[in-house]
Ligand binder design. Structure first.
Ligand code: DP6
Length: 324
């Protein structure tokens, strides 16, 4: 059977960085995110006993090598659950430009889990789909449930999954992404997670992560932007401190990254409630409420180091699309 599913990307307020179990992608700490309605990926999966091998196209381009192998490994987990060995034809399409500097693995592996499980005839719960997405990319588990989402690290494959803490319409937050570099990063997240424990700061970050997670969760539930903003900025900078002091160091920031951070401080001093977070790359996510999003976007675009911006509100969960 051939099935198509769609999934949003997500932006973490409290970051997943480092694994307790790298094979299973069981995180070292709990994380919290919101789905991004306007950054989506659709995945189509078809299993057929007559296919000689797995094949993957991304935005129409045939893909082989490491990226494809990672997707095929996720299909292996699905095949094992479905108890068959049919090969798969897999296609993903993103609605945002590939190579825009926006990580797409979360949306991709979430959509692949949902499409793949349905194509294999598996009736999995949301928690099981989230755990399956996690095996492809940790942060992908948070794109399966809708809205504002928590991932309690758990300790086992079955207990490490994400759940909704509030629906998408709970709070009209916007993520304005200031793209300062669209270059493909030299070290991706998977390589970065493996370095986390090589420095001395990760232990302190993990030890204090639950406290920040609880503060951020309470702030989301209370729709308290200053409280949320304060803790997400601290959490992001702490993760980058871990990265910068790993051995070897991972330094994702560019001069323009810091320029945007300083601009955010100035905008706040000028009365615009906006806060930043930064993933494993140089681009800066500007989090604000909808009424301020247009102003934040035009201010960001006017900064010299900002090449372009993208904007997204809060999104729903991953879902199977009706067949055409
Ligand atoms: C900085 O989920 O991309 O975006 O499991 O190796 O695919 P893999 O890592 P990934 O790591 C995400 C790191 C982050 C923070 C976050 O999204 O929580």
């Amino acid at each position: 059977m051939k099935t198509t599913a769609t999934s949003c990307s997500n932006i973490a307020f409290i970051k997943y960085w480092g694994n307790a179990d790298p094979q299973l992608r069981i995180a070292a700490n709990p994380s919290l995110s919101m789905n991004l309605a306007d950054l989506t990926i659709t995945a189509t999966v078809q299993f057929d006993p007559d296919f000689p091998s797995d094949t993957l196209t991304i935005n129409g381009e045939h893909v082989t090598g490491g990226a494809a192998e990672r997707v095929f490994r996720q299909m292996d987990i699905i095949r094992q659950k479905a108890n068959f060995s049919h090969r798969a034809k897999i296609a993903t399409e993103s609605n945002f430009p590939a190579g825009a500097g926006i990580a797409s693995s979360a949306a991709a592996f979430s959509a692949l889990a949902v499409a793949g499980a349905a194509a294999a005839g598996l009736a999995l719960s949301e928690a099981e789909l989230s755990a399956l997405a996690r095996r492809g990319s940790g942060s992908a588990c948070r794109s399966v449930p809708p809205g504002f989402v928590q991932w309690l690290a758990g300790g086992t494959d079955e207990t490490s999954f994400a759940t909704t803490i509030a629906p998408a319409d709970h709070w009209d937050l916007v993520d304005v992404v200031a793209i300062v570099s669209a270059e493909h990063k030299a070290v991706g997240s998977t390589g970065g997670h493996a370095l986390a424990d090589t420095g001395v700061l990760q232990a302190a970050r993990v030890a204090s992560a639950t406290e920040r997670f609880i503060a951020a969760k309470e702030a989301v539930l209370a729709k308290d932007l200053p409280a949320l903003g304060t803790v997400i900025e601290e959490d992001a900078v702490m993760m980058h401190g871990v990265m910068m002091t790993s051995r070897p160091p991972l330094f994702y920031w560019q001069p323009a990254t810091l320029a945007v951070i300083h601009a955010v401080y100035q905008w706040r001093a000028d009365g615009i409630p906006v806060y930043f977070t930064i993933d494993a790359g140089p681009n800066v996510h500007l989090i604000c409420e909808r009424p301020h999003a247009a102003a934040v976007e035009s201010l960001a675009r006017a900064l010299p180091g900002v090449q372009k911006t993208m904007r997204s509100g809060v999104g729903g969960g991953a879902r199977v699309l009706p067949s055409p």
